[in-house]
Ligand binder design. Sequence first.
Ligand code: ADP
Ligand code: ZN
Length: 615
Amino acid sequence: MKNNVQIGLLLLTITVIGIAAYNIYLRETTPPTRSFTEFLSEVRQGEIVSVHLRGGAITGKDHAGRQFATFAPDVASLLPLLLEQQVLITAEAEPVPGIADLFKALLPLLVLFGLWLIFSKKAAQSSVKGASPSARFTSIKGDRVTFKDVAGISEAKAELWEIVEFLKTPTKYSRLGGRIPKGVLLQGAPGTGKTMLAKAIACEASVAFFSMGGSDFVEMFAGVGASRVRELFVEAKKSAPCIIFIDEIDAIGGRRSGGHSSGSNDEREQTLNALLVEMDGFSSGETVIMIAATNRPDILDPALLRPGRFDRQITISLPDVKGRLKILEVHTRKIIAAASINLEEIARSIPGFSGAEIANLVNEAALMAARGNKDAVEMADFEQAKDKIIMGLEEKSIVVSEEDRRLTAYHESGHAIVALMLDETDPLHKITIIPRGRAMGLTQQLPLDERYTYSREYLHNRIKTLLGGRAAEALVFNRLTTGASNDIVAATEIASRVMCEWGMSAALGPVAYRSSEPGYAGESYRDKPHSEMIAQKIDEEVKMLIETCYDQAMTILRKHNTFLHKFAEVLLINETMDAEEVDIVYRSYLKERELERILTEKRGHDDTNIHTSNK
Ligand code: ADP
Ligand code: ZN
């Protein structure tokens, strides 16, 4: 910075001196001007020896040898007089403003422009330089964010609390030789609170916080990205224990191309390599924890995710109704809300909103109320703000349509109900219709204990469960959608392994057949090459198994049709259901069925009673 100021001052001085010298030069070379009347009288008196005409501009010499300049309003009428007085006349064409003249006229402007250029370039460079970690150092006292401020993502918070503990008392953990985690990768949609969480960790642990955007590293001249990574780490190590937060790490951490690459890729790869080297270069004494955020974990270079680097990955999903309510509660604390405000209702009406969008909603509502000169923010303001935000989101096509939500709810319910009705299968862990990455929803099953062997029954049930989603869609909407494509791939894979790898089909026998797919999980050199006939047989068997499983899934859903509708309804309202909630819904359904059964039995009895009495 100091250097820049000095250079600037020097340039300024040179310019001032230059301009002054130019002015003196002009004064010295330009003859003093005379009025035209004076000039005329001098000509008449024969004082003038020579003149030089240049358009109307006249320069010349008198007898005393003095130079002068003047301007003639009409040169033509002047000529006879000059000739009469025998003045030596030279002339040249009316000057067309030449480049030199233009330059002279513009010189001061050019100088100013040049100065501005130099300064702005310096400023730009200094902002590049100034973005060195120390300049981006975020003081914790500035904006304190605590874990309490981050609402609705308790699972992620619980996992990250451990990091806070590490930072607070590193020795407690390293004492016994344990390795403190180095890197945590937060993955989730924009605005889900990743930055906030990273800051909250630093605040809770009272350590320094360095933050940088991944794209800051790359949009630069060659080699700067890598050197900035090094600077960042030097700075961070000085203030250890601390947290380094890299937002949008995919900007530098995308998969390396390996081999031929364009220039910008080279730069990015250099930066990534520098980052990897720095991450590996910590000594155990330095408690520096890296937290990175991304929305695209799938495109990250695998090297980043290796042990000792970002080996902890925490997914932060969009909040469900309960989460949205909690986030609303946090943000409405800052505004004056009318007593009539029903946060639950608001939370329910904004499916798919991220934390940032909810914060925005509350703020917009407060602004709406202020515009209307209200004393408190009312429900109507929230309505209006919501419409405004949703409109913006629709433009970016982020909003999930109601139709898609319903379809997803039935799809996931289909998985869930098939799983519930089958015996030998993993218990349901979580069902959600909150979009995550490219998936519209998710039904998660967790094995009770690690399974090492799978029974045929279990595998068949797994296929049925996978196909339950598609079956539900077909049953309720009589429509096939692409939503089930992942399920179908997974089901097909299991079915082929059942046939080729695990020898579980009577028609094919317990023989391991080489799968047609290269790099297939079960493939090995021992697998038997097989004839075209066997290949056909395998295909037939796979298809048959899948079709049977699909039919059975469909049968289950038909049988429990009312449950399917109820389940989907609950899912549409709750958006996520954990094992406990599923259990409640399931048991109430069983009770209902039991009641129904007793009633029909009773009715049957009554019927017979009536019959007997009739006899
Ligand atoms: P990300 O880094 O995931 O894009 P941010 O952490 O920058 O998201 O979140 C942006 C803003 O959204 C935060 O400053 C906060 O106001 C709000 N926000 C996001 N998630 C939450 C949350 N879980 N609880 C409270 N506020 C949140
Ligand atoms: Zn599915």
